[in-house]
Design a protein. Structure first.
Lengths: 442, 331, 296
């Protein structure tokens, strides 16, 4: 039976127009700028100085504390120093700038295309390699992987769940990895299982990627304890809580971590990165990026080095496409609009999406007609229309009472709203305010 | 290069917008409208036309000159109000009363509260009940159906519910009433609309076709209409089983009067119905129960409008206490 | 007839008596004894309930005033010194006289000065915009112009100018309650000393970018050139992160900085129009001539 989660959710047009574009390598030119904070947690500490020569994969910023990750150079060349660089949203953050000179890799990295099937490493060794390689969740949240894999004391993991749902419209990079790097992916799954000491792993894939399901089902015959779970295409199935619900039927308790259900969720690209980090000694300095959009002449799935300027990606598809109204980093449901087209890519940038002018603007806002479509669409069982109003009026106590903390900001409410109310805009604001996450800048 | 557009996520929008929803409701009401044109002729066309036009005009005038806001008549909600109000009126109602009803519906029922989305009561029902209380004679003089005619004269008679009520008052049993001369219908007539009654409520079949359309287009969910029907069947069925001489059977209740029109098109009005499925079920069950109570024990033969208005008033309370279950909620 | 009147009178009389007893008993039972000074203090307060004092309303502030031993740190920005001295009278406590403040908007990035480079299409809210990205101009410090400061003002003192898309403060209405300061996600509104005759000089910019970047983003951006600091005789100007700031306590309102600022980002308010420089010299010259005449 094809599984899914029951409550809420929407199913936007899939528009997976780039799914047949094979992964291609894109090498950066000129200057790359690598942010020292590309993850949730403390920024890494820069350990290179101006004028230093670095190689591909060399550590350039060291993790600063447990919830922090290492950052590696994605190119070989000369360090130009630290500078404040504007990111996709135009917000300036410190980054290490490196002048690209050739493509010389660190000697420890295994660059052969042979698949390393050796699974003899111990859990500690694997975890150490993951920590060393600076892995973060590549599904969008960029949470440090080694922190996620550290099972808290008193809790036991029962299963690993690999998120191959890719429920966001347009995105296809996970799909391509599942097709092209199937075996490496499964070895990555085995490594993850060993790290958290479980026998069972599920790979949840939506049925709109039937070729990926077939490919992995065929390959997984050689690996024990991996089950491929076909899922009904539905957004937000790739959300951690929804995925666990879809596959195991368990609900992550309110205000608790997924480990309460015994499940640890990992993304497809992250799992592939685990394989590369452990078996090939390759730190996370490149990731697959979908470049897609209805007005693009060519659809691409690139493997991009971290810190490559976005403008270079745009050049690689033949220049800035005409009739573009909006550029988005990530998928159309949860991705963030890009205002700075010169910004460098990050570890977590899985897609660059171009939206045409006629689709870019939101509809005209009108009165709430209390149709309750947002309540029906909310996968977390909230009342978006109410939270929206409370957030607009800045009634933080009432927001807390109506469980604004549970909002996963999936955007289903705004997607379905016939009055085009900016529901999730205000709920997101109210959530950060109610949870006192807003910090006054210096 | 033009300026890029920046907005928070999500960057795509679904199929729904207010205008589309309203248009679907209008389409769903079309079969019943055509049936009424067929049976009540030119009278029905005039009432529907005047009602829709005056609702739209009142909304436009009030928004433009009284509230000084941009008129929003293009969202078609005033058209829906006009249609539903006309469906609730006798086909031979004087035109000036229709206009008054529309003024009360839009002016008092909707605009005083802030327009679409803020009215606590279904505007069409406010208009209808106002007319019913203010001009009871005109409002309960029902034209009897005939085949399409262009004549304004119509023979009048009573609705099935009124005949039953009258008969019971005179001490007759249901059996006797059904055999009397006034009672000339069978269930097939009520299905197709060959009975006396308000303009749009006569044909159960036409209204149910619209119901299916609304469900297919996802304009409404099944919760409210189905629970109303179920609660009517259960409650009136119990009464019927207790004493078939005094109480009429559930099928009769379902097919006559404003039951289907009310359950499918008026009780489901977004603005005045609860927000959660659970709340909708409570609301629907309550409306069904209250309708039967009014129909059987009250002095009015029909109780749908009053029941819906009463539960409209309870909706804020239902919304306050019935919340959807939070994902992963710990009991 | 008589009996009807009699019954009515008796009925109403009994009813009235019963209700009176009930009311009396209830009133006694639920009587709340309260410090009378709270009411008195509350009456001296303006009753705006704006929250500018840091309490939820005038009532809460009155309670706090009565409770506190030392009220010199507590201040009602709306009523100002007059109200506070009345409060002090009522409570028999001492208050300090505080200088009255007014809100100033530290951004001059009008549509003309600061071209828009993209278009924001989300909720019309500065806070939502600030959470989304750096803004619709190249200056990531300036005003967003979506008007979060407008509805929070209880005194109708701030409004968005439709042409410049910048907020404007009506200083006659502004009570310096600070609501707009809290509402602004870019922190461009500052409460400054109202000054003698409402005369104020301030740097109307918050841009902390390097000069070249700031200049490119906005015609009136402070580029941190420090010319104003060099010309200030009273040491009132400090420059931090390429941004000048005028200390209102040290400023003597000489207006030299306004004259020298190459970016016109220092603003003077409510000064009389200055006479052109050449004219001034001529008058001086004429004056000398006159004196000479008189002495002669």
């Amino acid at each position: 039976m094809i599984k899914t989660f029951k409550r809420g959710g929407v199913h936007p047009h899939e528009n997976k127009i780039s799914q047949n574009a094979a992964l291609e390598q894109l090498l950066p030119e000129g200057i790359v700028r690598i942010f020292i904070s590309q993850h949730i947690g403390a920024p890494a500490e820069c350990i290179v100085a101006k004028g230093d020569k670095v190689k591909v994969g060399q550590l350039i910023a060291k993790a600063n504390g447990f919830v922090s990750v290492n950052v590696h150079s994605s190119v070989s060349g000369t360090v130009l120093g630290m500078e404040d660089v504007a990111d996709y949203q135009g917000i300036k953050k410190p980054a290490i700038c490196i002048q690209v000179e050739g493509d010389e890799w660190d000697e420890n990295i295994d660059r052969s295309s042979e698949i390393n099937r050796d699974l003899s490493k111990s859990a500690e060794e694997i975890l150490a390699k993951i920590t060393e390689a600076g892995l973060v969740g590549l599904g969008g949240a960029t949470f440090p992987t080694h922190v996620k894999l550290a099972v808290p004391k008193g809790k036991t993991a029962k299963a690993i769940i690999i998120n191959g749902a890719e429920c966001e419209p347009y995105l296809t990079s996970d799909h391509r990895v599942m097709l092209e790097k199937g075996e490496e992916l499964l070895i990555g799954v085995q490594l993850l299982k060993k790290t958290v000491n479980v026998d069972k792993a599920y790979i949840g894939i939506e049925t709109n990627k039937q070729d990926a399901i077939d490919n992995l089902t065929k390959l997984s015959a050689n690996y024990s304890g991996i089950e491929i779970v076909p899922l009904v295409p539905k957004y937000p199935q790739g959300g951690e809580k929804q995925l666990i619900k879809s596959i195991t039927g368990l609900e992550v308790p309110d205000r608790a971590l997924p480990i309460e259900t015994g499940c640890i969720v990992s993304n497809i690209c992250t799992t592939f990165a685990v394989y590369e980090a452990v078996q090939k000694n390759k730190p996370l300095f490149e990731n697959s990026v979908t470049i897609t959009g209805k007005n693009l002449k060519v659809q691409k799935n690139f493997i991009v080095r971290v810190g490559t300027p976005l403008s270079q990606l745009i050049n690689a598809i033949g220049g800035f496409p005409e009739n573009t109204g909006k550029v988005i980093s990530g998928g159309p449901m949860m991705g963030r609009a890009i205002s700075n087209l010169d910004a460098p890519t990050l570890k977590g940038s899985g897609a660059v999406l171009f939206i045409t002018k006629d689709e870019a603007k939101r509809g005209v806002k009108s009165n709430c007609i209390r149709c309750s479509k947002c309540v029906a669409a909310c996968p977390m069982g909230l009342q978006p229309f109410l939270l929206y109003k409370l957030a607009e009026l800045n009634m933080l106590e009432d927001l807390k009472e109506h469980a604004v903390h549970a909002c996963i900001e999936c955007g289903c409410c705004l997607y379905t709203c016939p009055a085009n109310l900016p529901l999730v805009d205000y709920i997101r604001l109210g959530k950060t305010r109610a949870m006192k996450l807003i910090v006054k800048p210096k | 290069m033009d300026k890029l557009i920046i907005s928070p996520s999500p960057h795509v929008h679904g199929e729904f917008n207010t205008k589309r929803l309203m248009r679907d409701v209008i389409i769903a009401l079309l079969p019943a409208m055509l049936v009424s044109f067929w049976f009540f002729g030119i009278n029905a066309i005039v009432v529907v036309g005047v009602s829709v036009i005056s609702c739209v005009v009142f909304e436009y005038l009030i928004q433009k000159y009284l509230l000084k806001t941009t008129p929003t008549i293009s969202d078609l909600s005033a058209v829906v109000t006009g249609l539903i109000l006309s469906f609730n009126l006798p086909p031979n109602l004087p035109v000036w009363l229709v206009v008054v009803g529309c003024f009360i519906a839009i002016g008092v029922g909707k605009m005083t509260f802030g327009g679409l989305g803020n009215n606590p009561f279904n505007p069409a029902l406010v208009g209808r009940v106002f007319l019913l209380i203010a001009r009871p004679v005109e409002m309960t003089t029902w034209a009897l159906p005939s085949t399409f005619s262009l004549s304004f004269d119509a023979t009048t008679g009573a609705t099935p519910l009124a005949i039953i009520k009258e008969g019971l008052k005179n001490g007759q049993t249901i059996e006797q009433i059904k055999e009397s001369a006034d009672y000339t219908f069978n269930y097939l007539d009520t299905l197709f609309g060959h009975i006396g009654g308000s303009l749009g409520e006569v044909s159960a079949l036409a209204l149910l076709i619209g119901f299916v359309y609304l469900l297919v287009r996802k304009v409404i969910t099944w919760h409210i209409p189905v629970t109303i029907f179920l609660s009517v069947i259960i409650f009136s069925g119990t009464l019927f089983l207790i004493n078939p001489d005094r109480f009429i059977d559930p099928v009769f209740h379902l097919l006559t009067g404003g039951m289907i029109l009310g359950a499918v098109y008026m009780a489901t009005d977004y603005v005045t119905s609860p927000m959660t499925p659970k709340g909708m079920i409570i609301y629907g069950a309550g409306i069904g129960l209250l309708t039967i109570i009014i129909r059987t024990f009250g002095s009015y033969p029909e109780g749908m409008s009053f029941a819906i208005l009463f539960f409209n008033a309870l909706v804020p309370l239902i919304n306050k206490y019935i919340k959807p279950k939070l994902f992963g909620e710990i009991k | 007839m008589d009996s009807i009147i009699l019954t009515t009178v008796i009925m109403l009389g009994v009813l009235a008596a019963t209700l009176a007893v009930v009311l009396f008993v209830v009133a006694q039972k639920f009587k709340v004894i309260e410090d009378a000074r709270i009411g008195e203090t509350e009456n001296t307060l303006p009753g705006a309930n704006c929250g500018g004092c840091g309490y939820t309303g005038c009532r809460a502030f009155a309670e706090a005033l009565v409770k506190a031993d030392d009220i010199s740190n507590m201040f009602c920005p709306v009523g100002g010194n007059a109200t506070m001295s009345k409060v002090a009278e009522v409570l028999g406590k001492t208050v300090e006289v505080k200088e009255s403040l007014v809100a100033v908007v530290r951004c001059s990035g009008s549509c003309e000065n600061r071209p828009r480079v993209n278009e924001f299409d989300g909720a019309v809210s500065c806070s939502v915009m600030a959470a989304t990205y750096s803004g619709d101009t190249d200056c990531s410090f300036g005003c967003f112009g979506k008007g979060d400061c407008v509805p929070v003002c209880n005194f109708d003192a701030i409004s968005i100018n439709k042409e410049t898309l910048l907020p404007e403060v009506d200083e006659n209405k502004c009570t310096a309650c600070g609501a707009c300061v809290k509402a602004c996600p870019k922190f461009i509104i500052e409460l400054r000393k109202k000054g003698i005759k409402s005369r104020r000089i301030y740097v109307s910019c918050m841009n902390k970018d390097k000069g070249a970047i700031a200049r490119k983003a906005c015609k009136t951006a402070c580029i941190g050139c420090a010319i104003c600091r060099k010309n200030c005789e009273f040491d009132a100007i400090t420059i931090e992160n390429f941004l000048a700031y005028i200390d209102a306590d040290k400023c003597r309102l000489c207006r030299k900085c306004v004259d020298v600022c190459p970016q016109k980002s220092i603003i003077e308010l409510n000064f009389p129009p200055r006479k052109p420089r050449i004219e001034t010299q001529e008058i001086k010259a004429a004056g000398t001539v006159n004196t000479e005449v008189i002495t002669n």
